[in-house]
Design a protein around this ligand. Structure first.
Ligand code: MV4
Length: 501
C-alpha cells in the first residue's frame, strides 16, 4: 500500500481525499498557495507546504513545484483531485518519470481520452455508438463544408482538445459554417493551444448521463452505474443524481456494458467516467471519458456503498479490484447540490470574502463535503465551489424532500451563495417529475434573479426586528408579571415557573 500521499489540490476535494487517506492510515501532505494558508485542507493534512503565490499558474498548476514538494516530503504518490493537473497527460508522464505514483490513469490513456477526434475514431472502430459526424482531422473550409453537407444541419463544432463545453458552437445554417468554424478554431487555439475542431450532428435537448467506472491495472473493469447530470448552467453542473429517471433496467445494462468497453479499449486504469448523451428517443451516444475523480462522485458512493477514493488509492497501489460487477447492487436514491460562492441574483458573479456565520445541515442521509469553516476566507482566485450537499433516501421523492430541508437548514453568511437557487430547482414541479434535460435551467430559470427571494428576505428581516421589539415588550411584561401587575393565563398555567408559589 502507498505510504504517503501528496494532495495536489485545494478546497472540498482536497479535504475529501485527505480524509479518505486518514481512514486508510496513510499520512498526507497538503500543498497550498499563499491565499490558502488558513484553508481547511491545510488544517486537516498531516503536513503542509506552501508552493507559491495565489495565481494557479504559479501554484496549483506548477508541475515542477508540486513534484519538488513530493520529493521533499517523501510522498510516494500524488492525488490530483479534479481540475488543475488531474487530466494532464504531461503531468502523469512526469510523475512516471520521477517514480511518483500518479493516483489516476496512465499517461497514454490520458492522452487518448484527451484527444476527442482520436478517441471518437477508437470508439467507432470498437463498435461504440458515437454521434454521427466527422472522422479524422480536416484541413480547410471546403473539406469541412463537404463533411457538413453529409452530416446535415443543425450541427455542432467541437474542439478536439476541448470538453466540458469549451469551444463548442451550434451551426443552424450552411451560411454560418465558415464564420463559426473560423471563430471555433481561433477559440480552440487560444484555449487549448490546438486549433483542431470537428463536426457532429446536433442532438436537441439531450440528457447527460454518465457511468462511473473502476479499472485495476490487470484489465478488470466494473461500472458503478450512472449519474444524471443534465441540470447545468453554462456547462457548469449544478445538481446531479442517481439513478437517472430516463433509464430503464435494460437501457441501463446496455449503457453500463458499453461504458466498460470504452474503458477497456482506451487501455484505461483507475477511476473514470464515461459520458453519454441520451436523445429524445432514448438513443445513447458516447461523448467523452472524464479521466478523474469527479465532483459528483458522492452520489455514486451513497447508492453503491463503494468509497471511490479508497478504490483509487488501492488501484494505484497495485491492488486488484476486490469485487465483481454482480457485487454492485445500488440502493435508494442520491442527489447532490453544488454550493457555489456566487450571486444568482447578480448574474452569478463570483462572491468572495469571509464566512461570518456558518450553520451546516445534518441528520440521517445527509452528507456534506466541504472546504469551508466558520470564519474562513473565500479567495477570488479559484473555482467558486464551496461545498457539496449530498442526500440519500429510499426513493427520489424522499431524497428531494430531504434535500430541500437540508438546504433550508444550511446558512452561510458573509458571502453570497447558490443555496436559494438550488432550493427552487429541487423544489420545481418539473424537477420533481424527473423532467431534467440539459435545457432545464434555460427553460425554467432563464430570468431568475432571486428578487422575489430578496423581497421575502426583507420580510423576514422585518419580522425578526418585530420579534425583537415584541421580545423587549414581553420582557417588560414578564417583569410586570413577576410583580403581579397584569393578568395572564400563562401565569396561571406556569406559576411554578415564573417565581410563583
Ligand atoms: C453536444 C450537444 C448536442 N449535440 N453534442 C456539452 C458539454 C460537452 N461535454 C458536450 N456537450 C454537448 N454536446 C452534440 N452533438 C449538446 C451538448 C450540451 C450539453 C451536454 C451535456 C450537458 C449539458 C449540455 C448543455 C448544452 C449542450
Amino acid at each position: 500500500m502507498i505510504k504517503k500521499v501528496l494532495v495536489a489540490n485545494r478546497g472540498e476535494i482536497a479535504v475529501r481525499v485527505i480524509k479518505a487517506c486518514r481512514e486508510m492510515s496513510i499520512p498526507t501532505v497538503a500543498v497550498y498557495s499563499e491565499a490558502d494558508r488558513k484553508s481547511l485542507h491545510v488544517q486537516v493534512a498531516d503536513e503542509a507546504l506552501c508552493i507559491g503565490p495565489p495565481p494557479v499558474i504559479e501554484s496549483y498548476l506548477d508541475m515542477e513545484k508540486i513534484i519538488e514538494a513530493a520529493h521533499k516530503t517523501r510522498a510516494e504518490a500524488i492525488h490530483p483531485g479534479y481540475g488543475f493537473l488531474a487530466e494532464n497527460s504531461e503531468f502523469a508522464r512526469l510523475c512516471e518519470k520521477e517514480k511518483i505514483i500518479f493516483v489516476g490513469p496512465n499517461s497514454k490513456a490520458l492522452e487518448l481520452v484527451g484527444d476527442k477526434i482520436r478517441s471518437r475514431q477508437t470508439m467507432e472502430e470498437a463498435g461504440i455508438p458515437i454521434i454521427p459526424g466527422m472522422k479524422g482531422k480536416k484541413k480547410n473550409i471546403p473539406e469541412y463544408a463537404a463533411e457538413a453537407k453529409k452530416i446535415g444541419y443543425p450541427l455542432m463544432i467541437k474542439a478536439s482538445a476541448g470538453g466540458g463545453g469549451k469551444g463548442m458552437r451550434i451551426v443552424w445554417d450552411p451560411k454560418e459554417l465558415k464564420p463559426s468554424l473560423e471563430a471555433g478554431m481561433r477559440e480552440a487555439r487560444s484555449a487549448f493551444g490546438d486549433e483542431s475542431v470537428y463536426l457532429e450532428k446536433y442532438i436537441e435537448e439531450p440528457r447527460h448521463v454518465e457511468f462511473q467506472a473502476l479499472a485495476d491495472n490487470y484489465g478488470n473493469v466494473v461500472h458503478l452505474f450512472e449519474r444524471e447530470c443534465s441540470i447545468q448552467r453554462r456547462h457548469q453542473k449544478i445538481v446531479e443524481e442517481t439513478p437517472s429517471q430516463a433509464l430503464n433496467p435494460e437501457l441501463r445494462a446496455q449503457m453500463g456494458e458499453t461504458a466498460k468497453k470504452v474503458i477497456q479499449v482506451s487501455g484505461y486504469n483507475n477511476a473514470g467516467t464515461v459520458e453519454f448523451l441520451l436523445d429524445k428517443n432514448k438513443k445513447f451516444y458516447f461523448l467523452e471519458v472524464n479521466a478523474r475523480l469527479q465532483v459528483e462522485h458522492p452520489v455514486t458512493e451513497l447508492t453503491s456503498g463503494v468509497d471511490l477514493v479508497h478504490q483509487q488509492i488501492k488501484i494505484a497501489s497495485g491492488e486488484k479490484l476486490s469485487f465483481e460487477q454482480e457485487d454492485i447492487k445500488p440502493r435508494g436514491h442520491a442527489i447532490e447540490c453544488r454550493i457555489y460562492a456566487e450571486d444568482p441574483s447578480n448574474n452569478f458573479l463570483p462572491s468572495s470574502g469571509k464566512v461570518l456565520f456558518l450553520k451546516e445541515p445534518q441528520g440521517p442521509g445527509i452528507r456534506h463535503d466541504t472546504g469551508i469553516y466558520n470564519g474562513c476566507d473565500v479567495p477570488i482566485y479559484y473555482d467558486p465551489i464551496l461545498s457539496k450537499l449530498i442526500v440519500w433516501a429510499e426513493n427520489r421523492d424522499l431524497a428531494c424532500q430531504r434535500m430541500v430541508h437540508a438546504l433550508d437548514d444550511y446558512i452561510i453568511l458573509g458571502i453570497k451563495t447558490s443555496i436559494d437557487f438550488l432550493k427552487e430547482i429541487v423544489g420545481h414541479p418539473q424537477f420533481r417529475k424527473g423532467n431534467t434535460t440539459t435545457d432545464f435551467i434555460n427553460a425554467h430559470f432563464a430570468d431568475w434573479d432571486g428578487k422575489e427571494k430578496a423581497e421575502e428576505e426583507k420580510k423576514i428581516a422585518l419580522m425578526a426586528s418585530a420579534f425583537a421589539e415584541l421580545e423587549k415588550a414581553s420582557l417588560g411584561k414578564m417583569a410586570a408579571v413577576e410583580k403581579r401587575e397584569v393578568f395572564s393565563p400563562w401565569l396561571t398555567l406556569g406559576k411554578w415557573r415564573i417565581g410563583g408559589k
